[in-house]
Design a protein around this ligand. Sequence first.
Ligand SMILES: [Fe+2]
Length: 238
Amino acid sequence: MLIYQISDLHIHDNIDNHVYENFSQLMSFFAKSPPDLLVLTGDLSDDDGSKQAYQHIKSLIPQNMNYIIVPGNHDKCSVIHEVFPADYGRDNDFCHSLPTDSLDLVFVNTSSYSLPQKQIDYLGSKHIRKGSVLFIHHPPQLISQGYMALKHSLKNHKAVSQAISKSNISHVFCGHFHNEYEGEFDGYKLYLTPSPAFKINLYSEKLQLEEPSPAFREIKIDTKEVTSTVIELSNSIG
Ligand SMILES: [Fe+2]
């Protein structure tokens, strides 16, 4: 199974900018090389739940593409549901999973800056098989003492990390920190995907922006084996 993950699009109502251009490039590439599933891990809108921004995004996602939206702190679930009707994601308590042949893809909602207890409990569900994959906007680890970790971390990240460690989830894909990262923690591997809108230095205590590019994460699932890499279109197209 081939999954593409994009995160932190931060699309404005006004689309005359590099942010929309980078998103457009990603969607053109995805139309030519479609994955089995596209996962958008939050902060779709830069204007905090703007319906117009969501409509811009929807208009560019290739037709017939399977996609799932995991909300971020800049999103409004009610507006996402209005623009992208789905049978999940109506409120802060959605617990959604998709089975593959050998494991489960789990999707949770931290748009409130914390993972609700109901969803923490869901991570430990017996029906989630060993080696499963979680998509969550906020990283469950601080990773560094950088600006995002100090100022904008998930409020209950310790409880969430403990729940993941005890669960059958082995791979956790996030955004929110706006940069690329991979690391091993207690019982799971953590992957951060960069934002095509603006990158943030992971290690600087002060907000330090870096040049963004149309980047996405490719995730391959072969039976129980999960492999992943970040692809930057400006580099790969040349
Ligand atoms: Fe963001």
